[in-house]
Design a protein around this ligand. Sequence first.
Ligand code: UN1
Length: 499
Amino acid sequence: MNATNEAQLILAKFGLADRSNGDMVARSPIDGSVLACIQSDADIDAKLTRNAAAFERWRDVPAPRRGELVRLFGEALRANKDALGRLVTLETGKILSEGLGEVQEMIDICDFAVGLSRQLYGLTIASERPDHHLVERWHPLGPVAVISAFNFPVAVFAWNAALALVCGNSVVWKPSEKTPLTALATAELFKRAAEKFKGAPDGLLELVMGGRGIGERLIADKRVPLVSATGSTRMGREIAPVVAARFGRSLLELGGNAAMIVTKSADLDLATRAATFSAVGTCGQRCTTLRRLIVHKDVQAQLVDRLVRAYGSLRIGNPLAADTLVGPLLDRAAYDSMRAALDAARHEGGTIRTGGERIEPANGDAFYVRPAIVEMPAQSAIVRHETFAPILYVLNYETFDEALRLQNEVDQGLSSCIFSTDLRETERFLSAKGSDCGLANVNTGPSGAEIGGAFGGEKETGGGRESGSDAWKAYMRRQTQTVNWGTSLPLAQGVEFPV
Ligand code: UN1
């Protein structure tokens, strides 16, 4: 069965069978075939109005009840994990295990948010005045815009939506133009959960479809107090000033350039396996993808040889096939940027140790490549640049200081890791003088984070935190409340004002 037919069958399950007349063309990276044509939104004003009205009703629903809706959404995802996971694979080209893993990540964050719905804890604060108390309380914020990227078309949406909803907000979702089908299917599952819930206001989740123009209108709209956006640093640079100019908040999760430091004491077998998964998984198209290997000179030859051997055994091909480990790149533009990066790397003195070639598909317009390993003489311009493709640059070091400097001296600050069995090295890496990233791992790769921790990074990664821990606070407004329950009016700081 080709990708189009398979997608039609899955879409029918979501009640989305007849999608052939729109202006937005969804193609499968598997064979380049057209999966469906979706109608984009000409105007989003009515949707935003409905969404803002939904917020006013939703914020009145007690938080644990709001959690019940998210629980039902999680149940719908569980029941449809296979179909949605396959659709993720058809639309993004990631292997089926990762497509299913993405839906699992949605289920996990729903579970987390259900628990959170009973734990939106504030604080009580000691007052300096007699017969007073101070409370810090968290209130719903308003409509939250979620702008998501093609590579995690539904999990990152769920990170945001599950938290936003239990926090009492409505959600307006603009998915990537490249992945409208998984967004439509997810919105349909949400609709089914909302129907079961009884009492969810209409328009609580609005999907807006379109390109740049729609995104521009969304971020500029004053009714949207929070814009949570995942994508390139270039995109974040455009969004942040527009949102800031109207004093909105933005929560940005932008480019990464993850590194792995491998020291002399490392378990090289673990390091090889972790580096391979995190450099070639999702065909190098995660923001947590491993792009830089910073290896001690004494173990470089051994580690690179092992990696070249591991790369040689990778099965590259149709991501729906059970034994495939590397699927296709998204499209021709992704392939062109991989070629351009490899040319630049060669120009900057790099030696390609393996990979980089395109594997021509038997039929169709698809872009399968052999993941590349490139030894570089220095951390040159191309190494500092995030190319969304499976290219692993290898740098070496002599002193641990040098390794840390290389790790930190790029503009991005999302994810990082060290492979070492030396406690002094690993603790230094995790200390304030160590990795400057939002995620720092020891003896495990930089990609594939669990939802329980806060996810995001520093510098050009944008500074936002999504998913677990206390990331929910970004989706609420904080109010400090002072209550005088006494019969006099003492003023703070001992100020006297006898009237
Ligand atoms: C992304 O690439 O935008 O940690 C998100 C990971 C996944 C999420 C990646 N859990 O690799």
